[in-house]
Design a protein around this ligand. Structure first.
Ligand SMILES: Cc1cc2nc3c(=O)[nH]c(=O)nc-3n(C[C@H](O)[C@H](O)[C@H](O)COP(=O)(O)OP(=O)(O)OC[C@H]3O[C@@H](n4cnc5c(N)ncnc54)[C@H](O)[C@@H]3O)c2cc1C
Length: 493
């Protein structure tokens, strides 16, 4: 099958765009999920698309022959979303990486899906503009992947998710038809014309079609920032401090929490930062014009002080950079808590009501203690998003089994708290088993939309919808031991 598909595709595309050497296909067998570390899935063929025409040719070919097709950006996703779990063709979009036009007067940019987020903002900065969604993976993730997962980031608490900044999309549907959402040829910044197809495709994780061009809304770079560092001896006080800031009439541009273990990890990883020990540390950021930012920072300090052991604020760029560095290295630093351990990206992205964060953090520590798996948790506390980092010895099959149980319990905890199993990373394959519980009858409505657009079910199958998922593809903690090769050396970043 592999060589026949490759031969057919070589007749449709340039030779260099079709990859079928087994060693090269192995690089498409993974994303950043624990799932694909345990069970890599190389596709039969990978295509490196260079134009919308290439994408249409491949999709039409796959549609005619009922071959599964999996769109792929930078593969930084943590859910197996860009991996061809049922084989077929992986369609890599990251060579379609041109910024087509920066329309400064209309504050929008037209670009291809493979543009890397940080590179886009570097170019926009020359015009004092910014595309505000800011995932931690900014230096790797593509804007096509961000739109497909509706990526968030630290500043989503003020500026919202990617969906708030996508004005229109060019999309190749599963039968190869090309559509433009958000009104054909429009440069309008708002519209009430018809069903919001843009919002339907954003967050669809590639199951409804392939994004080949994006029209993104921009805003001016805020001229000033300040940061408030607060330390807490009691977790509940940390939660109350966040509520006090919002109730005090302030809209911080970021509110990030590090738990006790994360603070220790950062100090081990970057001793020069010397963060004080505490049950929790919260960074509040204000942005805007300089006097407003100072006022916000002072107000936030006053509002937080009754709950905190200590509060300080700064608008010094070097201090702001140092504190954001502490936050940005925490994912990598977590491994320092258990030398030789791997971080298992599973159950890594719950989001709960803000008022229930302290309770959720304690429950995560209970899960950690019960299964004997150290967990360091950080996240976007302003929006309720939490990222538990599980530290395991990946060579020990029993720890692998236990961490999968931990992930299941964290997903169940999220739903019990009135939250969601994923605040920003998406469903992919890893969270599909929880979608029926999370959505109830609404999942069937999603299913009907999927069938209407993709009657043959070729577009990124085995993602989001649990009924598409062969059970053996998704290791679950409750389904007995799942081992890694004894000599596996896995670096989870
Ligand atoms: C260190 C690290 C930090 C992270 N921090 C954040 C964070 O702060 N916030 C956040 O939201 N996420 C975060 N993520 C997760 C991930 O980076 C995001 O989900 C990102 O948006 C994925 O972009 P990508 O280009 O890597 O997409 P991929 O992983 O390649 O794909 C993701 C999904 O989108 C689909 N897709 C990709 N491109 C297209 C396209 N052109 N058309 C249709 N479907 C497509 C794929 O099929 C897949 O289902 C982080 C990941 C890592 C490794």
């Amino acid at each position: 099958m592999r060589s026949a598909i490759a031969a057919d595709l070589r007749a449709l595309l340039a030779e260099s765009e079709v990859v079928d050497a087994p060693a090269e296909l192995q690089t498409y067998a993974y994303d950043a999920s624990f799932l694909t570390q345990l069970q890599p899935h190389p596709p039969d063929v990978a295509v490196i698309a260079r134009s919308t025409d290439d994408v249409r040719r491949v999709v039409r070919y796959a549609f005619e022959r009922d071959i599964p097709i999996t769109p792929r950006g930078a593969a930084t996703g943590q859910t197996g979303g860009s991996v061809a779990l049922l084989g077929g063709i992986v369609l890599s979009l990251n060579a379609m990486n041109r910024i087509l036009e920066i329309d400064v007067p209309n504050m929008q940019v037209f670009c291809e899906p493979g543009v890397v987020h940080a590179k886009l903002n570097e170019r926009l900065a020359q015009h004092k503009l910014i595309f505000p969604p800011d995932p931690g993976s900014s230096k790797m993730a593509t804007v096509g992947g961000m739109a497909s997962t509706n990526a968030h980031g630290m500043r989503a608490v003020k500026y919202g998710p990617t969906s708030a900044w996508v004005l229109g999309l060019e999309v190749v549907l599963p039968d190869g038809e090309l559509i433009e959402t958000g009104s054909v040829g429009s440069r309008a910044k708002q519209s009430s014309a018809g069903l919001e197809l843009t919002k339907l495709i954003v967050g669809a994780e590639g199951v409804l079609g392939v994004i080949t061009r994006l029209r993104l809304k921009l805003m001016p770079i805020p001229p000033a920032r300040a940061i408030v560092l607060s330390l807490f001896d009691v977790l509940e006080n940390a939660g109350q401090a966040v509520q006090a800031v919002f109730q005090g009439g302030i809209s911080p541009s970021a509110v990030e929490i590090l738990d006790e273990r994360c603070i220790k990890a950062v100090n081990l990883y970057r001793p020069n930062l010397s963060l004080p020990d505490a049950q929790a540390l919260i960074l509040f950021e204000a942005d805007g014009n300089p006097p407003g930012v100072r006022w916000d920072a002072e107000m936030m300090s006053e509002l937080v002080r009754p709950y905190a052991r200590s509060v300080e604020w700064s608008d010094e760029p070097t201090r702001i950079a140092a504190l954001w560095e502490a936050r940005s290295v925490v994912g990598a630093a977590a491994g320092m808590l258990r030398p030789g351990s791997n971080r298992a990206y599973c159950g890594e992205d719950l989001c709960v009501p803000v008022a229930r964060i302290p309770e959720t953090l304690r429950a995560i520590q209970d899960i950690s203690a019960r299964h004997g798996i150290p967990i360091a948790t950080y996240g976007h506390i302003g929006g309720g998003g939490l990222h538990p980092g599980h530290l395991i010895d990946g060579r020990n099959p029993d720890e692998v089994r236990r961490v999968l149980q931990v992930a299941d319990e964290i997903h169940e905890l999220a739903l019990r708290m009135g939250g969601t199993t994923t605040g920003e990373h998406g469903v992919g394959a890893t969270r599909a088993p929880f979608m029926a519980r999370e959505h109830g009858p609404a999942l069937e409505v999603m299913r009907r939309i999927k069938r209407a657009l993709d009657p043959k079910g070729i577009m990124n199958p085995a993602k989001i919808f649990p009924s598409d998922l062969p059970v053996e593809q998704v290791p679950r903690g409750s389904e007995g031991p799942v081992g890694m090769p004894a000599n596996a050396e896995v670096d989870y970043g």
